[in-house]
Design a protein around this ligand. Structure first.
Ligand code: AMP
Length: 281
């Protein structure tokens, strides 16, 4: 497995692999590799001749006051995990290589990024899109893999690929969960044991939404208020940022749940902000 820190070397690596006829599958991550990431790497490995994983804690996607400084950085464990998965190259650049100062070019999207998490995380999606666009330019993959866990991010990247004419096949992988349903996330490690127990309310509320829909309830506002009630029925308080029922592609609110509707929520459990969602089939 090649470990590459410099963008020009990553470009060279990709160019050489493409010249020899290899297809490249690419999984961007912020490291702290867990089962969610691994599932995407396995998808990439199954589809492509060579798999590239990037590990970069992107400073541009953290709003001020967020957890950039505390975000887990586990270089050695991450490299070992990638090696174990048969990854061909890990691109692990320094911040200065990705965002050299003064950095004044950004990719802005002004529709999908203004809903759901957008208002709660100013500048977040601009930071994501800018760095992912750079990663695409550096790695030049044939295909890329993102998780449904970050449904809004996935919708934005899919849209950017099409709107900016990237010749990259976009794939989305299902949410990988803990035994009790909590979506796996690097941020779960911030939770105290009491908070960890409480955190399962996100998943429970999504299960409730799916059950209600299965029993014929299609009114979005009724499903939303039942989810809210379930989350708030506990003495341990949590803060709901939003519970939204939207079209999975446009992310616009819908009044009636139907196939391809996304039910998404963000909840603060203690100081930890968790997100989860379910796509109605
Ligand atoms: P991150 O390192 O958090 O930026 O995540 C890198 C990629 O892994 C993103 O495409 C995420 O959506 C995806 N991902 C994170 N958690 C999960 C999960 N529990 N299941 C599936 N994909 C995930």
């Amino acid at each position: 497995m090649d470990i590459i820190c410099v963008p020009s070397e990553m470009r060279k690596w990709s160019a050489e692999h493409k010249r020899s006829g290899s297809t490249i599958g690419f999984v961007p991550t912020m490291g702290d590799i867990h089962e969610g990431h691994k599932s995407l790497v396995r998808m990439a490995g199954a589809d492509s001749d060579a798999t590239v994983v990037s590990i970069f804690v992107n400073p541009m996607q953290f709003a001020s006051g967020e957890d950039f400084d505390h975000y887990p950085r586990k270089r050695d464990e991450d490299l070992a995990a990638c090696e174990g998965l048969g990854v061909n190259a890990v691109f692990i650049p320094e911040s200065e290589a990705m965002c050299p100062e003064p950095f004044s070019i950004h990719v802005d999207e002004d529709r999908l990024s203004n809903v759901l998490c957008g208002p709660f995380r100013p500048g977040h999606f601009r930071g994501v899109l800018t760095v992912v666009a750079k990663l695409f330019n550096i790695v030049s993959p044939d295909s890329t893999y993102f998780g449904q866990k970050d449904a809004q991010q996935a919708a934005l990247i899919k849209h950017m690929i099409s709107a900016m004419n990237y010749a990259i096949d976009f794939h989305i992988g299902p949410i990988v969960r803990e035994h009790d349903g909590l979506a796996i996330s690097s941020r779960n490690r911030y939770l105290s044991s009491k908070e960890r127990q409480r955190a399962v309310c996100l998943y429970d509320s999504l299960i409730l939404a799916r059950e209600l829909y299965g029993r014929g309830e299609c009114a979005a506002n009724e499903i939303q208020s039942r989810m809210r009630r379930l989350i708030e029925t506990d003495t341990f308080p949590v803060d709901i940022d939003y519970i939204e029922i939207v079209d999975a592609v446009t992310l616009e609110p819908v009044g009636t749940v139907r196939p391809r509707t996304l039910i998404a929520l963000a909840v603060r459990v203690g100081k930890t902000r968790l997100i989860d969602n379910v796509l109605v089939e």
